[in-house]
Design a protein around this ligand. Structure first.
Ligand code: ITT
Length: 190
């Protein structure tokens, strides 16, 4: 079975990846390694720099990938976007709901960028999920902004009210990971 490492400290992301990869007969293993945290307006740039740094500094067992994601809220000009992790840790879901108090346009998009390497080349895959910021936190599952994000293609439940398989049908991350999984199953690299 083809085997790939996922450099992440987030066990929810890992679980989402395990389920996507199993659909393709691929195996993914967590690589819980310290990553370089760079600041940039571009998720792709963050993912590329983080992957390149690991390739150089961390003596990786290849192939491996990193994934960077963010929530872009239209009425806030894309905030928190690439700063999602920081904003979540400082103000949480309640803080974002306060920023959205009285705001009618609740459109938002989750974006995921996966950067993969076989040890030589770097490949980048992207996925998106459009939806709306809820008026209150809903649901106990998932992580981060899941309780305040209602996917547009869903049935009105927030990401945090879906189980992982349901979230994977709609999520930014699953969409980016499927592109990687499709590439892996058709390539002869690993
Ligand atoms: P890594 O170790 O993989 O970096 P992380 O949790 O720090 O894990 P990111 O740097 O990609 O991940 O941070 C993105 C933040 O955006 C994350 O902390 C969440 O708050 C939010 N986020 C990203 N994807 C999400 C999702 O699917 N559901 C809810 N929140 C999400």
């Amino acid at each position: 079975m083809k085997h790939v490492l996922f450099a992440t400290s987030n066990r929810h992301k890992l679980q989402e990846a395990e389920i996507v990869f199993s659909e393709y007969g691929l195996n993914v293993e967590q690589w819980d390694v310290k990553r370089l945290e760079v600041q940039s307006e571009s998720l792709e740039e963050i993912a590329r720099i983080s992957l390149a740094w690991l390739m150089r500094e961390a003596n990786p067992r290849c192939p491996f990938f990193v994934e960077d994601a963010g929530l872009f809220i239209e009425a806030l000009n894309g905030f928190p976007g690439p700063y999602s992790s920081y904003v979540f840790s400082k103000i949480g879901n309640e803080g974002v709901l306060k920023l959205m108090d009285g705001v009618d346009n609740r459109r938002a998009v989750f974006v995921s960028v996966v950067a993969f390497t076989d040890g030589k080349e770097m490949l980048v895959f992207k996925g998106q999920a459009s939806g709306f910021i809820s008026h209150a936190v809903k649901g106990e599952r998932g992580f981060g902004f899941d309780p305040i994000f209602i996917p547009e293609e869903g049935d009105g439940r927030s990401f945090a009210e879906l189980d992982v398989r349901e979230k994977n049908k709609l999520s930014h991350r699953a969409r980016a990971l499927r592109k990687l999984a499709e590439w892996l199953t058709s390539s002869k690299i690993i």
